[in-house]
Design a protein around this ligand. Structure first.
Ligand SMILES: Cc1cc2nc3c(=O)[nH]c(=O)nc-3n(C[C@H](O)[C@H](O)[C@H](O)COP(=O)(O)OP(=O)(O)OC[C@H]3O[C@@H](n4cnc5c(N)ncnc54)[C@H](O)[C@@H]3O)c2cc1C
Length: 241
């Protein structure tokens, strides 16, 4: 399962506790594993599908999270560094990121937003739907000057990439040369996360308060989650977005 995200990123399922599979029986097993774990305390197992769904709903409503820790997923992501920084805040998971000391790959691609959203006014952390891509005017205290938002953005990032390549050509170590790259450059990581922590991630990052770019990754993960744990997904829906 591979979902393109933003202009050059993606989310790919690369493993589960069982092998990664699109097979429906295998996918259903992840919901059942949670139910089995929850019933182990009194020697019970799976019951009818309806009873199993009820138990899943009960576990979620009453925040009995540990049975969801029995199921783990592994994703590969290509994402801008600033989105990666947000993802890293989800401490209940494990990461391996490509090394900027070892490879020059981090200087390859940078993210160009489709829309340059204006700064939010109600929520100081957020943005509005107004697109400034075609905006050409900057007002400062004593003057008005002209530039195009997209051209300015790309010029800055191209300059960073050129500087990086020049430093590398001069023989500067990759671990130092990467210092000139901004956080719009793409990085890659492998992310291992159990279903409990993933549900927490989805609730926080599908929400409209999360940054739009982060949400696109959360929606891609949600699409994969929907296939893997359809019953849990159905119960969760009302907590999402
Ligand atoms: C809209 C939005 C805006 C944000 N803005 C900012 C910001 O401006 N600055 C900023 O720094 N972060 C910001 N964050 C990140 C946020 O504070 C969390 O770090 C991030 O969402 C991870 O959530 P989490 O701690 O629940 O997840 P995890 O780290 O995966 O933790 C999962 C759960 O485990 C428990 N847990 C984990 N570690 C501890 C611990 N040390 N002690 C006790 N319990 C623990 C908690 O119950 C936690 O909910 C923002 C997040 C969102 C969604």
């Amino acid at each position: 399962m591979n979902y393109p995200v933003l202009d050059k990123g993606y989310v790919k399922l690369i493993g589960t506790m069982q092998s990664a599979s699109d097979d429906e029986q295998c996918a259903k097993a992840f919901d059942d594993m949670v139910v089995e774990a929850a019933r182990v305390s009194y020697g019970g197992g799976l019951k009818s599908p309806e009873q199993n769904k009820k138990l899943l709903a009960y576990l979620i409503e009453h925040e009995h999270g540990t049975p969801f820790e029995m199921v783990t997923f592994k994703f590969e992501l290509k994402l801008p560094i600033y989105v990666m920084r947000e993802l890293l805040r989800h401490r209940w998971s494990s990461f391996n990121e490509i090394s900027g000391r070892y490879t020059e790959e981090i200087a390859t691609d940078y993210y160009v937003p489709e829309s340059f959203r204006a700064q939010g006014t109600k929520n100081k952390q957020g943005s509005t739907n107004e697109d400034l891509s075609l905006c050409n005017i900057i007002h400062t205290d004593d003057m008005v000057s002209y530039m195009n938002v997209v051209t300015e953005y790309k010029a800055a990032l191209n300059m960073q990439r050129n500087s990086y390549n020049n430093l590398i050509r001069t023989g500067v170590a990759k671990e130092l040369a990467r210092g000139v790259l901004g956080t719009a450059f793409y990085t890659k990581c492998v992310w291992s996360v159990n279903a409990r922590a993933l549900i927490n991630f989805l609730i926080l990052r599908c929400d409209e308060h999360a940054q739009w770019e982060m949400r696109q990754y959360a929606f891609a993960v949600l699409e994969i989650f929907k296939t893997l744990m359809p019953n849990t997904y159905n119960i969760l829906q009302k907590h999402l977005i």
